[in-house]
Design a protein around this ligand. Structure first.
Ligand code: AMP
Ligand code: TRP
Length: 328
């Protein structure tokens, strides 16, 4: 089984990314042939600084390696190193419905947030994402809940391609965790934790130091009750229950049982400590890895080499099926 996922090199990675996606990437290495891409081309669809993009690329690479991705057991590469992604994106445009792109939640959200230019790139973002996955004929796409619609779209694109041009592409399936697929902002628990649009105090970053994490968790917004249980009118407590369950590797029900009758103070202290210990080794490894940019660059280059070996034949099949370029 082949697994593919992509992650943006923008901003700092937070606990939502870590729980919803990165832990699944790590587990994927034992479940199949795992391919992970840091998507710098996607990052150019909103205003950005070129020098900073390169820095964030190394940051993200180091975070992923620190989290446990092993270049010997997975393919880890940079999207911009494999030109086949952009060509396939264009070719897939012919089987992508304009109306579908117009209905993408993430496009509408991000377009609404732009002060100046709403780039055409932002509109085509989901087609490039489809190309990322379909290029590797991946079966499974581990992502957080917010990527559900994008994976639906890539399935539609693959199906439409196959019925129009003949069986060529694999129709992938999402893999969204049961618990932790949507970690919420600690200050505004009705909104997901996010790099842009979230609150600074409500976003726990993977690289936050222990004191900062503790402060953020202890000041998390909760309701006026005192029961540690998940409920629709208790989004703050529900979120913390999920966080602790994932971090400890137990069911949310077990968390509720353990903290029954204990009150929010003790519960939050336990969550803070668990998150600190959960992220500590990642931050420590990150600090060792991040300074050696040459080594990070070498790892990405080796990954791109392996990625290309899979991407080139797929693109050749697509061109042939579509009658584009010289015949084979
Ligand atoms: P991004 O940093 O936007 O590229 O997101 C990387 C991965 O993290 C994607 O699979 C997202 O679905 C996932 N993700 C982002 N925010 C959250 C969140 N608040 N909770 C769970 N997963 C998330
Ligand atoms: N759009 C995804 C996000 O914001 C990142 C992404 C790009 C991706 N290409 C992908 C995710 C391919 C899964 C598969 O998180």
């Amino acid at each position: 089984m082949r697994i593919f996922s992509g992650i943006q090199p923008t901003g700092r990675k937070h606990l939502g990314n870590y729980i919803g996606a990165i832990t699944q990437y790590v587990a994927g290495q034992d479940r199949g042939e795992a391919i992970y891409c840091i998507v710098d081309l996607h990052a150019t669809t909103v205003p950005y600084d070129p020098v900073e993009l390169r820095e964030r690329m190394y940051d993200t690479t180091a975070v992923l390696l620190a989290a446990g991705l092993d270049p010997e057991r997975c393919v880890l590469f940079r999207q911009g190193d494999v030109a086949e992604h952009t060509e396939l994106c264009w070719l897939l445009c012919s089987v992508t419905a304009f109306g579908d792109l117009n209905r993408m939640h993430q496009f509408k959200e991000k377009a609404g947030a732009q002060r100046e230019l709403v780039s055409a790139g932002l509109f085509f973002y989901p087609v490039l994402q489809a190309a990322d996955v379909l290029l590797y004929r991946a079966h499974e796409v581990p992502v957080g809940d917010d990527q559900r619609q994008h994976v639906e779209l890539m399935r539609d694109i693959a199906e439409r391609f196959n019925s129009r041009f003949g069986e060529t592409l694999v129709v992938p399936e999402h893999r969204i965790p049961d618990v932790g697929a949507r970690i919420m902002d600690l200050q505004e628990p009705e909104r997901k934790m996010a790099t842009t649009g979230g609150t600074p105090q409500g976003t726990v970053y993977v690289l936050d130091d222990p004191k900062t994490i503790e402060k953020k968790v202890r000041s998390a917004v909760t309701d006026s009750g005192s029961d540690v249980v998940r409920a629709p009118d208790k989004p703050g407590i529900s979120n913390l229950v999920e966080v602790l369950a994932v971090v400890r590797g137990i069911a949310p029900e077990e968390v509720e049982r353990e903290f029954a009758g204990q009150g929010y103070g003790a519960f939050k202290a336990a969550v803070a400590e668990a998150v600190v210990e959960y992220l500590r080794p990642v931050r420590e490894r990150y600090e060792q890895l991040r300074p050696d940019q040459a080594a990070l660059e070498a790892a990405l280059a080796a990954g791109a080499e392996k990625a290309r070996a899979i991407a080139v034949p797929t693109l050749a099949d697509v061109r042939e099926a579509m009658g584009v370029g010289a015949p084979r």
